[in-house]
Design a protein around this ligand. Sequence first.
Ligand code: SAH
Length: 454
Amino acid sequence: MEYRKNDLVTLEIEDCGIDGEGIGKADGFTVFVKDAVIGDTVTAKIMKSKKHYGYGKLMEILKPSPYRVEPKCAFARQCGGCQLQALSYEHQLVFKTNKVKGHLERIGGFKDLPMEPIIGMDEPYHYRNKAQFPVGRNKEGKIITGFYAGRTHTIIENRDCALGVPENKEVLDRVISHMEKWNIAPYDETTGNGLVRHILIRYGYFTGEVMVCLILNGTKLPHEDELTEKLREIKGMTSITINVNKKKSNVILGEEIRILWGQGYITDKIGDISYQISPLSFYQVNPKQTQKLYAKALEYADLHGDETVWDLYCGIGTISLFLAQQAKFVRGVEIIPQAIENANENARINNITNVEFFTGKAEEVLPREYEKNGIYADVIVVDPPRKGCDETLLETMIKMQPKRIVYVSCDSATLARDLKYLCANGYSLTRVCPVDQFGGTVHVETVALLSRNN
Ligand code: SAH
């Protein structure tokens, strides 16, 4: 049976797609329904129809799923940040486990996966240490901030995200009042006019330090000193900066940072190690789970003190410094120069001397060091962004023949692709463990261990 646009169908939601949408079947015709939850019986209106499947709009929940819960955030349905808030946290973990398993089996071609149980969060709300709020106007012209709706750049107004810290609201209230008082325009993506683009806020969970970075389509904010005074009232305020981004693009941050007040970084701690973090540097967003993630990576690396280790995509050297406590020497590679500045400083403030950091692309630095200097590795750790590793990098890793490769991934689809390549070239997948860093969303982190075949 084929359905057309505007047809109404009744479905039992039996599965969940990778973006968290419910999936059900009507007479063999598959329908993807946003906001429907596994276990629901729903009526959906077909909005778009292909030959064997279509996309439906949730019209009515005839029978709610036993896994359905009340989202903590009133905007959970519209906001693009969360996709799974209406699913019980326990079932979110089932979804994430199946997602990782599905990718490894379908894309990676793996069977009999050596999967360990997913490491979940104790409290799946208020865990994020970082948020980037776009600033714009609503239909009435009022200045608003919040998060983009799914797949669009419409701002859903919300200053108090349920995943973030209460400090976010305090910062946003002060910045928006300042803009209203002095008639400072938010940036308009369509015209390229207006000044304030985003407000970046970071919070050190361990230290209580707060960072605010205003991303401007310009170099200066009117009455900067007055805003600085207001922001300094917030407990823990440590760093107030301006980032200049005049490009007409979706990239949030520009390259230039100017300090308005305080330091250009905040400090936070994971385990026993302190880290300085600049606005431009990557830092894991969920500090409690990061500790568990790094512990798992360290366990997989199985270090005894005499190993040479490479930590590729090292950011501010977080994993490198963790590893350095148990290895002979660690080398980190990272593309963002400011992150490498942080990494060097982080080694220094923690008195860790058996590390060296390289600025550059992992897929350029590693082949260069291998071919020129004949560098060696007992263990290689990689933690790439969502697009995964470049094939040149994987080739070099295979040439280097480390005993173990520990792959930390925030996208199980590219993880599966890269593991398939490595396992076709002399490695075996020996352990896999998903770690949830992102409650309420469809995202999941995974750690995998590859061992060299003898
Ligand atoms: N391991 C770190 C950072 C992981 S995020 C941590 O746990 O905190 C991925 C990092 O890879 C980011 O810091 C990003 O800037 C960096 N990156 C992106 N592309 C890269 C490339 N081609 N080569 C090296 N680093 C890259």
